[in-house]
Design a protein around this ligand. Structure first.
Ligand code: GLA
Length: 387
């Protein structure tokens, strides 16, 4: 786990002239498999990564939220709590990042849970736009802080819902519950098997070290955003698929239903739906292998997931494809892009002895292509949000 930045408490005192009530943090995530299934009531298997967002927070009586961050050049945003809403001019321009914090305060307020005032100083190690849920980490850190400071006593699943509302209804990104679930519910050493239909979860053993394996994150440094563009289009395609197939969610579509009814779909929607149907099956297969202690056998399913995202869901990028293909060529057991796509990061499951050579090959491939060098590092499943 990344250490609490020692200067955060001191920096809070310097900015706000008083001590914070505490420091809370929440992790980013890697999704091992199960991509774009969350908003289709499907399955996913994320885990929390060591990189975290930290918030130093103080409850005040000021009637305002004062939101500051350690991001270079970010000023602070000051908004009135009694009229807090996404349209507040404080969130325009450079203040956009503050929506992720304020949205959580707003979603609590919708439930009648309020603080008379709040000061927040944010510091995050989770790279922004890398497909590792930097936004959920921020939301979830604020959520556990407000839950404690307001004495609300909400359980983690309710906090998932609050953060999801913040992101969808306040920030305006039409995302599912994958990232917030991972950040709030994951445990060190485990993957989180998530069923987005009933929102049940189960910890699945994921001890990479015991198998002399490492999971590399290859951050292509091509950034993405989910408020607009391709992500929104994919959600729309899934909704169209539901309507044409006459189902409440694509989760209901089995491989057999799909084979029988695919002819009803236009070619593009057919590919989108096929990704969701096959991806749900792959998640279940990976979970079965992990339950059976066969971690080293999941590689082909990871790679099949990538192929499905590249060819059917069409959310990969040249950089992600090169990262995946090169990793496999250099001896990875499996590799795939992770997260929403259109940039961001790939992951590769690699025998520990090959980690360095795989990384070097990928770096060389990026250099040959004339791209900025990727950031490559290994991650292990880390703990979820906490004080
Ligand atoms: C983003 C969204 C998640 C999920 C993934 C794709 O991370 O925030 O809700 O849809 O993309 O699996």
């Amino acid at each position: 786990m990344s250490a609490v930045p020692t200067s955060l408490a001191a920096e809070f005192r310097g900015r706000f002239g008083a001590d914070a009530d505490g420091i809370w943090s929440a992790p980013g995530r890697v999704n091992l498999i199960g991509e774009h299934t969350d908003y289709n009531a499907g399955f996913a298997l994320p885990f929390a990564i060591p990189a975290r967002a930290f918030v130093a927070v103080r409850a005040t009586e000021s009637g305002e939220a004062v939101l500051a961050s350690t991001f270079a050049g970010a000023g602070s945003v000051r908004v009135r709590l009694d009229e807090l809403g996404p349209e507040d001019p404080g969130f325009s321009g450079d203040g956009g990042w503050a929506r992720y914090l304020a949205g959580v305060v707003w979603a609590f307020a919708r439930r009648g849970i309020t603080l008379p005032g709040i000061e927040v100083l944010l510091h995050s190690d989770v790279p922004v736009g890398a497909g590792l849920s930097s936004s959920a980490a921020v939301e979830c850190a604020v959520a556990v802080a407000v839950n404690d400071l307001a004495g609300a006593g909400l359980d983690r699943s309710e906090l998932v819902q609050i953060c999801h509302e913040a992101e969808n209804d306040f920030v305006g990104a039409p995302t599912g519950i994958l990232d917030q679930s991972a950040s709030l519910l994951a445990s060190a050493g485990s993957g989180l098997f998530l069923d987005c239909l009933d929102r049940s979860t189960r910890q699945v053993p994921l001890d990479l070290e015991a198998r002399s394996l490492v999971l590399l994150v290859i951050d292509t440094r091509v950034t993405h955003a989910h408020e607009s563009g391709g992500y929104r289009d994919r959600v729309a395609s899934c909704r169209l698929g539901e309507r044409v197939l006459g189902v409440g969610s694509l989760r209901e579509v089995t491989a057999r239903d799909f084979a029988e009814r695919a002819h009803l779909l236009d070619p593009e929607t057919l590919r989108r739906v096929r990704h969701i149907v096959t991806e749900n099956a792959r998640v279940q297969d990976v979970v079965s292998l992990l339950d059976a202690g066969r971690l080293e056998d999941i590689g082909p399913l990871l790679t099949a997931s990538h192929v499905s995202m590249r060819d059917d869901y069409e959310i990969s990028s040249p950089e992600l494809d090169v990262a995946v293909d090169t990793a496999l060529d250099a001896g990875a057991l499996g590799a795939r892009m992770t997260g929403g796509g259109f940039g961001g990061s790939a992951i590769a499951l690699v025998p520990a002895a090959l980690a360095e050579s795989v990384s070097a090959r990928i770096t060389a491939a990026f250099e040959d292509a004339g791209w900025v060098p990727p950031h490559i590092y290994s991650v292990v499943p880390a703990a979820g949000a906490g004080r």
